[in-house]
Design a protein around this ligand. Sequence first.
Ligand code: XIL
Length: 310
Amino acid sequence: LNARAQAAGKKYFGTEISTTVMADSSANNIAKNSQDFGQVTCENEMKFDATEPSRGVFSYTNADKIVAQAQASGQIMRCHALVWHSQVPTWLKNGGFDNATMISIMKNHIANVVGHYKGKCYAWDVVNEALNEDGSYRTTDSVWYSAIGPAYIPIAFAAAAAADPAAKLYYNDYNIEKSGSKATGVQNLVKLVKSYGAPIHGVGMQAHLTTGQVGAASQYVSNMQAYVNLGVEVAYTELDIQTPSSSPNFAQQATDFATMVSACKQVSACVGITTWGFTDKYTWISNSYPLIWDTSLQKKAAYNAILNAW
Ligand code: XIL
């Protein structure tokens, strides 16, 4: 999959993995094969609750294992995620910190984590899922917005740039693959970051999709183009296409994977595709069968469909 993506001019085709996958040698042998995966994302190991479980105490053991394996396998890293409303530790969520303290906690976290992986991340998801479905900012359900307001977003990008000037800095979200209110919100967010003088280099579209609801590639191409017109690159960062276990439709799923590959192929600033895992044995939504290898680690129809779509 990666070899074909690169032959088509892309930087990578990649996958999310976890230390759970690494402990399953049959699955891990697939994950390590750079012919299929040229890029890796940690499923949970780089998130705030994993990397700063107590205030000022940083923990990198699990993420380091994944980065070391990726490097040994000739795979680049997309690093995920620095500032998100979810998977924040209790000390932070319930801390009741004021504006200045939250800014300093966020900057300290970014300096430490991005600094630890300096030079090892092709890209960082700096801010994840900051928007509601209508394109407005998440407010009360984000510890960051609640204490800092929208300025937390450009402050985070500036801090990440200071810690690793070479990393591509991304905004990442779901339901922003097609045009609509939330996609417009992303465009506004990119403009906001730039208006503060902070760098933003990419928009990551998670692409958690549903079989049979994907439709035509053209709608994805035009939406990507609207982001690219603002001066950023784009990527599909968490692609999976669920199909219900009661009546799975793996042929349609294969067609839908091919559609997403075709969309990325048509936009030169779409640098690559990452799937959120690769086998239905390890997926974040139970009974959704959304990936490329089945629960027995056999290739599904999606595999050849993706190959042929590049
Ligand atoms: C998911 C992980 O896959 C799960 O293991 C975890 O329990 C919750 O988070 N959007 C993201 C990812 O940006 O980090 C999420 O990953 C899936 C949705």
